[in-house]
Write a new protein. Structure first.
Length: 421
């Protein structure tokens, strides 16, 4: 009897070749995109399980189809673990990804045209935090706040408060996708209370670091709702969760289903439960502490090499390099240069970037995936040194070849979990 992998190779060799190619890329190079990670082998196994076959519209005990004994069990397990990890009163684990997760919150608690405050995209916010190109950006009236480059990228809460008092938003969104600091949730909550606004923290990037106890939990500051993806620092499958106080439970659940989504992907829900179970173990806290230590080490190596970092460094798992100011390169060229030496990053806008999004001024880096492979501070220093050298000579193919060999030699000593070598 052939294994599923052998069947794929026999029946669809073209697709199988692409799979093998991606496995080789992930094994021989290093992922430094902060939103990416290597998930657990158990998660990969669950994603490919028979739960893929099952429709399960509704919620445990209230499904529209029969045969739900085990789907109910895994969803209850996932919700219980999520509540325990994030110390919240309710958890919806059905969102298919981050964007529909946030859309479900807005559509549950806001009316079209309502005023919402969110972080400006170029200063570190996310498309779903009111970017004009997104549907949510068009459906609601967004007031965007920014960071202050003169204050090491910190948020000017006096300006934020003045704007909130002037516009009286119904919700204030606190969250980021490229902001190398932790948020101070207290002032957000205080300002929201003053203007009568709901508080939503989108912690998609740092959900795992909050679960691991190394970064602050918004619920400790009294936030109403928290959203997080499950595949970044949490190391789970691609998906999302909405966490909230119990008074919002019915509105949130109704907004996810039947409001926005149909049947949940139960293989994803099961895999989320697996990842949440892993995050409850003491070893996960150790992992999260190393993610932060590695980020500091990588930032220091880049700074020592002359790189200009947005906010001057990092207080979480990520950093943003202004490549125009540092190396005279736009972010697209920098991304392609590092790709040539087996280091994967992503081009990234910097605050008030004068360049377009596809040729921005910066790149974004993060340490969760490298830490998952077992790399420590010395490896971060080595990677930082290689990056600086490559970005200083992007056209030197001989130099890039030597650097690629160094990076691949380093990666060979740190196998990626779940990725065939």
């Amino acid at each position: 009897m052939h294994s599923p992998r052998e069947l794929l190779q026999r029946n669809d060799p073209e697709l199988f070749a692409a799979l093998v190619g991606e496995e080789e890329r992930q094994a021989t190079g290093i992922e430094l995109i902060p939103s990416e990670n290597y998930t657990y082998p158990e998660v990969l196994a669950t994603l490919g399980s028979v739960f893929t076959n099952k429709y399960a519209e509704g919620y445990p005990g209230r499904r529209y189809y029969g045969g739900q004994t085990y789907t109910d069990a895994i969803e209850r397990i996932a919700r219980t673990r999520a509540r325990r990890l994030f110390r919240c009163e309710h958890a919806n684990v059905q969102p298919l990804s981050g964007a529909p997760m946030n859309a479900a919150v807005y559509l549950a608690l806001l009316e079209p045209g309502d005023t919402v405050m969110g972080m400006d995209l170029s200063h570190g916010g996310h498309l779903t935090h009111g970017a004009p190109v997104s549907h949510m950006g068009k459906l609601f009236r967004w007031i965007r706040y920014k960071t202050d480059p003169e204050a090491e990228g910190r948020i000017d809460f006096d300006a934020l408060r003045s704007s909130a008092l002037a516009h009286r938003p119904k919700m204030i969104v606190c969250g980021y996708s490229s902001y190398p600091r932790d948020y101070d949730y207290g002032p957000f909550k205080s300002i929201a209370d003053e203007v009568g606004a709901l508080t939503l923290a989108d912690v998609s990037h740092i959900g795992g670091l909050i679960a691991g106890g190394v970064l602050a939990n918004p619920f400790d500051a009294g936030f109403d709702l928290v959203t997080t993806t499950t595949h970044k620092s949490l190391r789970g499958p691609r998906g999302g969760m909405i966490l909230c106080r119990k008074e919002f439970r019915k509105a949130i659940d109704k907004s996810v289903f039947p409001g926005l989504q149909g049947g949940p992907h139960m293989n994803q829900v099961a895999a989320t439960a697996v990842a949440l179970g892993k995050a409850l173990q003491p070893a996960f806290g150790d992992y999260c502490r190393q993610v932060l230590a590695n980020a500091l080490a990588l930032a220091r190596a880049l700074l020592d090499g002359g790189a200009d970092l947005v906010t001057g460094g990092t207080a979480n798992h990520m950093m943003v390099v202004d490549c125009v100011r540092s190396f005279g390169l736009n972010g697209r060229v920098a991304e392609e240069t590092l790709d040539a030496i087996a280091i994967t990053c992503n081009k990234q806008v910097v605050p008030d970037d004068p360049n377009p999004p596809l040729r921005p001024s910066g790149i974004r880096l993060g340490t969760p995936a490298a830490t998952t492979r077992g790399m420590l501070e010395p490896e971060m220093k080595a990677l930082g040194t290689c990056m600086v050298e490559a970005l200083r000579s992007p056209g030197d193919e001989e130099s890039l070849g030597r650097l690629k060999a160094r990076v691949q030699d380093l990666c060979a000593s740190f196998p990626a979990p779940g990725v065939p070598g």
